[in-house]
Write a protein of this length. Structure first.
Length: 156
């Protein structure tokens, strides 16, 4: 096992679209959900329910951790990155609508997959589900050699 370089960590964040988003609830207990994300500039974004537990946690404490792990079937070849930073809900309606399009694109979904959600948001505009995390620090470990050869963790 070795520490990953900054480039390796950034590459892993950019290669994948599923991570675990970790928050802390008001009692101080950790809470984690699976989170599909897309990259916007230097930030990680996704759509989550603002009135759900994750949304409530973020509003009370905006410190978050995004954990991305990839391994082979035997769990011998791995790459794992923890991104630490702050997050908030984006209050720009046009950006929220664009967020669904960017997530569709990132997940390679058919165009219009999120159209019903976008229409509902346009009608109500009460809740802004676009979450944006600014990554402040990252840590990462891997079983791969520096050249990326050896036991080879795949994109699984």
């Amino acid at each position: 096992m070795r520490k990953m370089t900054k480039k390796e960590m950034t590459d892993l964040v950019h290669e994948h679209n599923l991570a675990t988003l970790c928050t802390v609830d008001q009692e101080g207990s950790p809470y984690a959900v699976e989170f599909n994300y897309f990259i916007l500039g230097r930030d990680v974004c996704g759509l989550i329910k603002p009135s759900g537990k994750t949304g409530t946690n973020i509003k009370a404490n905006n410190l978050v951790c995004l954990k991305i792990c990839r391994t082979d079937e035997a769990c011998r070849a791995y790459r794992a990155v923890s991104c630490f930073g702050t997050g908030a809900f984006v209050q720009d309606p046009e950006m929220v609508l664009r967020g669904w399009d960017l997530l569709e694109e990132r997940l390679k979904l058919p165009r219009g997959t999120y159209a019903p959600y976008k229409e509902k948001f346009k009608r109500k505009r009460k809740k802004y589900p676009l979450f944006r995390m600014h990554i402040e620090t990252m840590t990462g470990i891997t079983s791969l050699s520096k050249e990326g050869t050896g036991t080879g963790a795949t994109g699984t």
